[in-house]
Design a protein around this ligand. Structure first.
Ligand code: 13P
Length: 252
């Protein structure tokens, strides 16, 4: 049985003054739930604060992006080793907002995942199709292409050290989640793709669903056989909602 992870992607939200209440509530709630893991993925400037407030709790923390470079003249970028300095366990690679707004290619996302892995971080690698791609019947072709780039770069034997996240772009921040059938179809297909290369790795791969996950739809999504947790955006900014999603995952 795969462990469930509930990861909160804060995106560009938070403030030095406001974060402690949220972090402390999440940590307190996470302590009461034993069979589900929690993590928060905060903006870079708040990593030190997350580290200070979450060290010793059962909530992990991480960042939302990482450079594929180890160091050097890369203005504005943050290396995986720097994230390790702040105690990060996770980092998102290839969120659709970065793919779309910053032109991150499949190859670059794969390179970021590799850089994270080599620094001892767990990359949460996002894949997902746009609405146009879904309507054109391209959903599986798109997510396979995104996954294959990562498999080629890392090698299938290293996939147990990553978390995959299926985030249909049309479901992000729209309030319109994928239906359970839509989510299960893509999750099962992704797992099968990895299983074709290595059955043991495929069956153990942790695959999160992301896109308008909230307390009201979490249970039906978390019950799906190939869904191993959630990557939560908006609902991770309210401790009660985030923890309720965790409760649903624990019940599922
Ligand atoms: P929402 O939960 O706000 O739809 O965001 C999902 C997401 O992009 C998480 O990475």
């Amino acid at each position: 049985m795969r462990n469930k992870l509930i990861a909160g992607n804060w995106k560009m939200h938070g403030s030095l003054a406001g974060n402690p209440a949220l972090l402390q509530s999440v940590a307190a709630g996470a302590a009461t739930q034993s069979n589900v893991s929690f993590a928060v993925l905060v903006p870079f400037p708040y990593l030190a604060q997350a580290q200070a407030l979450l060290t010793g709790t059962s909530c992990a923390w991480g960042a939302q992006d990482v450079s594929e470079e180890a160091g050097g003249a890369f203005t504005g970028e943050v290396s995986a080793a720097m994230l390790r300095d702040f105690g990060c366990r996770y980092v998102v690679a290839g969120h659709s907002e970065r793919r779309a707004r910053h032109g991150e290619s499949d190859r670059r996302v794969a390179a970021k995942a590799l850089a994270a892995l080599e620094a001892g971080l767990t990359p949460i690698v996002c894949v997902g199709e746009t609405l146009d791609e879904r309507e054109a019947g391209q959903t599986l072709a798109v997510v396979y292409r995104q996954l294959d780039a990562v498999m080629e770069s890392l090698g299938v034997r290293r996939l147990p050290a990553i978390v995959l996240a299926y985030e249909p772009v049309w479901a992000i921040g729209t309030g319109r989640s994928a239906t359970p059938a839509q989510a299960q179809e893509v999750h099962a297909a992704l797992r099968q793709r990895v299983s074709n290369a290595d059955w043991v790795v495929g069956s153990g791969l942790q695959i999160l669903y992301g896109g308008s996950v909230k307390p009201s739809n979490a249970l039906e999504l978390m019950r799906l056989p190939d869904v191993d947790g959630a990557l939560v955006g908006g609902a991770s900014l309210a401790a009660d909602d985030f923890l309720d999603i965790g409760r649903a995952a624990a019940l599922a």
